[in-house]
Design a protein. Structure first.
Length: 185
């Protein structure tokens, strides 16, 4: 599976480069002779060094801790109910056992529903906090791509990327960080 994913990712990158080469061939001759212009970034490094990220991460971590505590409380309540049922099930009548089983299923469903709600809420909160930073980063990257007449910018920190070596000259990570810190676009 992992090898297939690498192969698919490699094929996607090769296709993107091939399409770029085809697109470059259609450009005026001076650009076509140059070939595709590529650059790389490390988005994880950029995000961590973006002004405002530390505060956003701190806020998110605090919110997440509260939500985890709620989920853990629900899990403990469910575990306690299951343990009590296990201890009492031998002495319960068939109808009482069925009622307790239904109660446990309902409690399990409540736990799963609330955990799912909190997961969605966490994803929304992360997007609220980090989304504007990511948009700002994207603006700087797009600006650098246009400024340097680049065809493609690859993210070397993206999961499944197949870039195993790149010339440091094409690495825009420090330039993006510098521009973000300077407040520039």
């Amino acid at each position: 599976m992992k090898r297939e994913r690498r192969t698919i990712t490699g094929l996607a990158i090769a296709a993107a480069v091939s399409l770029t080469v085809v697109g470059v061939a259609a450009l005026p001759s001076s650009s076509a002779q140059e070939g595709p212009r590529l650059a790389v970034i490390a988005s994880e490094v950029i995000l961590r060094q973006t002004p405002g990220y530390a505060q956003a991460e701190s806020t998110f971590t605090s919110d997440l801790a509260a939500w985890r505590q709620e989920v853990e409380g629900l899990q403990q309540r469910l575990d306690s109910a299951a343990s009590a049922f296990d201890q009492q099930s031998v002495v319960l009548s068939a109808s009482a056992r069925q009622a307790k089983t239904d109660e446990l299923r309902q409690l399990q469903q409540q736990y799963q529903t609330r955990a799912s709600e909190l997961q969605q809420r966490a994803e929304q909160r992360r997007q609220e906090l980090v989304g504007p930073l990511e948009q700002r980063i994207q603006t700087v990257i797009d600006g650098l791509r246009a400024e340097r007449n680049l065809t493609i910018v690859f993210d070397v920190s993206a999961p499944g990327n197949n870039i195993v070596s790149a010339d440091p000259v094409i690495d825009l990570t420090t330039t993006v960080v510098r521009r973000l810190n300077d407040g520039g676009q």
